[in-house]
Design a protein around this ligand. Structure first.
Ligand code: ADP
Length: 157
């Protein structure tokens, strides 16, 4: 069974993330959507809120699990029998960060490959921070995020 881990901050999960997830399921038998805390990023939602939004977003996906890990994602992958880490690329600006990340991961465990998906045609402008900004300014973001995120925005007011 081919297992992959898709790690991210998911603050919140967006339709861009879900597009990458759906496409990765064409290649992998099981994908673990992993909330990995990035200490460099200030978060809009708590870990529990983010997990709830992620679970809601993938409730109809039979081969997806949602989990949380506080350490190195490569270590998590090793412990869960995953051979690949999935990431998405939007603009060139993503490249540098992801390139560094993949080098760091390879240093820890070169047997775990990073697999990159190019952002979908209409998804490349979607980022969690942009969605948060738009929402805070009163813009309807329901085309950019799953319903579980819209509910969380309502609750957090
Ligand atoms: P992180 O803090 O780990 O970068 P994010 O939740 O911001 O977490 O992103 C997780 C991964 O998903 C990253 O590889 C990011 O480039 C990718 N990603 C985010 N939004 C999109 C999108 N709209 N299309 C494609 N990939 C995306």
């Amino acid at each position: 069974m081919k297992i992959a881990v898709y790690p991210g901050s998911f603050d919140p999960i967006t339709n861009g993330h879900l597009d990458i997830l759906k496409r990765s399921l064409k290649i992998f038998d099981k994908v673990i959507l992993l909330l990995a805390v990035n200490p460099k990023k200030k978060s809009r939602f708590s870990v529990e809120e983010r997990l709830e939004m992620m679970r809601g977003a993938v409730k109809d996906y039979p081969n997806v699990e949602v989990d949380f890990f506080d350490g190195l994602t490569v270590k998590y992958a090793e412990e869960h029998g995953a051979k690949a880490l999935i990431r998405g690329l939007r603009a060139v600006t993503d490249f540098e960060y992801e390139f560094q990340l993949s080098a760091g991961n390879a240093y820890v465990d070169p047997s775990i490959e990073m697999v990159f998906f190019m952002a979908g045609k209409e998804m490349s402008f979607i980022s969690s921070s942009m969605v948060n900004e738009l929402e805070e300014s009163g813009v309807d973001v329901s085309d950019l995020v799953p319903p579980s995120v819209i509910e969380a925005y309502k609750k957090s007011k």
